[in-house]
Design a binder for this molecule. Structure first.
Ligand code: GLN
Length: 266
């Protein structure tokens, strides 16, 4: 929706958001005015946003890689940083016709859907453990009319990995926050599912599990590409080398932070 913005309402909502300590109060107030069907709904949304509920949940969708992705409580909100992972995979798969791709911990499906939107010839499967998140992935697949497969499953179970063979590429933005990070989450992030964030004591739990369990699901020369936290580049790269991947590289996001680690099955 794109309503005409009433100056008086905009002013009122901006004040509500400022009082709640929201940094970009005027801009967020404008988005809320544009998006909500009437003044009462806009006020109610601003009241909740002032308590730091994520704007993305309140609006019900967020843009990722040019796609409108439905989100809400129970699914991780797509981050712009994650576009770095999509870019890296697209770049490395340029020479591969009809690539077979698995997106582990697909959540809203944003990565799988972005890849399919750019590579209609690809065979893309998103795998997700959470039933709540899967509902959003299914909704997004339908709304965007992109033909990806979605599979309920735990990527850290050997049987899940064993059901995939001959993949050209595995991408994953797994939970990677450390126990320390989990104890000091930004207020907005506390509304997001802990299971999508918590990567164990050192944040590396999923990198260890996935590199080991999924290696044989890749073709020799197949690509494994992870999103990582900006301090995890060296550790994640080492895990990949120890598990038999070569040409391991760490890539930066648009802010200059380490954001992706990738390597190839020998
Ligand atoms: N980038 C997210 C955050 O900073 C973490 C996402 C993840 O753990 N995969 O909150």
């Amino acid at each position: 929706m794109m309503n005409r913005v009433e100056p008086a309402l905009l002013h009122e909502l901006t004040g509500m958001l400022q009082a709640g300590g929201i940094a970009d109060a005027a801009l967020e107030a404008k988005w809320i005015c544009e998006d909500m069907p009437d003044a009462a709904a806009a006020r109610e949304t601003a009241r909740r946003r002032a308590k730091h509920e994520p704007l993305q949940y309140l609006l019900g969708s967020w843009e990722f890689y040019g796609l409108r992705i439905a989100v809400g409580q129970g699914v991780l909100i797509p981050r712009a940083d994650t576009e770095t992972l999509v870019e890296a995979a697209l770049d490395r798969l340029k020479q591969t016709a009809s690539p077979r791709i698995a997106d582990l911990c697909t959540g809203s499906g944003c990565i799988a859907l972005a890849l399919k939107s750019q590579r209609p010839d690809a065979d893309v499967t998103g795998i997700e453990k959470s039933a709540d998140a899967m509902k959003f992935a299914e909704k997004n697949r339908t709304a965007l009319s992109l033909d990806i497969r979605l599979l309920s499953g735990d990527v850290l179970q050997a049987e899940t990995a064993a059901s995939f063979t001959e993949l050209d590429c595995i991408v994953s933005n797994p939970p990677y926050l450390t126990a320390g990070d989990m104890a000091h989450l930004q207020q907005e992030v506390t509304f997001e599912p802990a299971a999508a964030l918590d990567g164990g004591a050192d944040g590396l739990h999923f990198y260890r599990g996935i590199t080991r369990l999924w290696r044989d699901s890749l073709k020799p020369g197949g690509l494994l590409a992870f999103e990582i936290g900006f301090t995890q580049g060296a550790a994640a790269a080492e895990i990949m080398r120890q598990n038999g991947y070569e040409h391991v590289e760490v890539l930066r996001d648009l802010n200059g932070n380490d954001r992706v680690v990738l390597g190839y099955r020998r």
